[in-house]
Ligand binder design. Structure first.
Ligand SMILES: Cc1cc2nc3c(=O)[nH]c(=O)nc-3n(C[C@H](O)[C@H](O)[C@H](O)COP(=O)(O)OP(=O)(O)OC[C@H]3O[C@@H](n4cnc5c(N)ncnc54)[C@H](O)[C@@H]3O)c2cc1C
Ligand code: FES
Length: 276
């Protein structure tokens, strides 16, 4: 997966719309034409909580069309709680687009997108791009309850086939979404996934079993979010095209190198990760 040059900038946006998709799950549309024009599917932004007292928070770019981009977030702690107080007309600064995004360059027939919880916020753009390119796109979407399967109808409206799983069985398959992926018909040519780490690890295992290449968008708590602090690393095969180049590391060095999730990622090929 090539590491692409970032076109990130700080964008001073204005909130256009605010929707509560479920209790504690917000969708904010912002006026951000310059961000929309350079965003690739799977990239994220560092959003600056408006009171100026807290660090920026990483959020996926959910929609990007015309002059409007949107972010979707689950209120998890103080920064997302602060963002939840925003209303249309309020200013909001964000830095982006950041990270590499998904590699959609291959011509594939069937793609399985696996999303768990907040992971759904990073997979609408790749789904739209793949449908536009003529792929058959299947979304395997898992959440705790039906209420938390937020915005699933938007994917259906965009020509995506839905396969849902809930922990409590209130909708679709009862259990993990990777249980559905395991029995995917037709077998996908490519898997993309975004969600909690246990789901990503399970997706990697299923992909290996099915012998299908998988790209995983990893979760991490970011400090800077722009590659400066090396506080978000993951072990990666040194031969990966995404591996950072450390001069002099060739001679007898380890075959594993640390890659920054915020900079070289957040999307990595599953078979190139060297998770412990
Ligand atoms: C590339 C990327 C994209 C993301 N996109 C989105 C998105 O589109 N929508 C969204 O709702 N969230 C997203 N997140 C997660 C979000 O950045 C964190 O949940 C963030 O910590 C919330 O900040 P907070 O101050 O509200 O809560 P915090 O106080 O920072 O965290 C609250 C709770 O969540 C846990 N937590 C913190 N970070 C993570 C994490 N990365 N994964 C799992 N648990 C975590 C903490 O341990 C704590 O228990 C993304 C994260 C990354 C790295
Ligand atoms: S969070 Fe600082 S390098 Fe990734």
């Amino acid at each position: 997966m090539p590491t692409l040059q970032s076109l990130a900038a700080v964008h001073s946006t204005t909130v256009l719309d605010r929707t509560e998709l479920a209790p504690g799950v917000l969708l904010l549309g912002v006026h951000a034409p310059n961000l929309v024009h350079v965003t690739r599917p799977g990239q994220f932004v560092m959003v600056i909580p408006p009171h100026g007292e807290r660090a920026a928070v990483a959020l996926g770019i959910y929609e990007a069309s015309g002059d409007r981009a949107s972010i979707m977030f689950f209120v998890a702690g103080p920064r997302t709680a602060e963002l939840a107080t925003l209303r249309p007309g309020d200013p909001l600064d964000l830095t982006g687009p950041l990270g590499n995004g998904f590699d959609l360059s291959a011509n594939v027939g069937t793609v399985a997108i696996v999303a768990g919880g907040v992971g759904i916020a990073s997979v609408l753009l790749p789904a739209q791009a793949l449908v536009a390119a003529g792929a058959a796109v299947h979304l395997y979407y898992g959440a705790r309850t039906l209420e938390l399967l937020v915005d699933k109808d938007k994917f259906a409206e965009n020509g995506v086939a839905l396969h849902c799983a809930t922990d409590d069985g209130s909708y679709g398959h009862r259990g993990y979404v990777t249980g559905l992926l395991e029995n995917a018909v037709p077998k996908p040519d490519l898997i993309l996934a975004c969600g909690p780490s246990p789901m990503l690890r399970a997706t990697a295992r299923v992909a290996e079993k099915l012998n299908v290449p998988a790209q995983l968008s990893l979760e991490e708590t970011f400090a800077c979010g722009v590659g400066g602090c090396w506080g978000c690393t993951v072990p990666l095969d040194r031969r990966s095209a995404q591996a950072p180049n450390f001069p002099g590391a060739d001679a007898g060095g380890s075959e594993i190198v640390n890659a920054r999730i915020c900079k070289e990622g957040p999307v990595f090929w599953a078979h190139e990760l060297r998770w412990q």
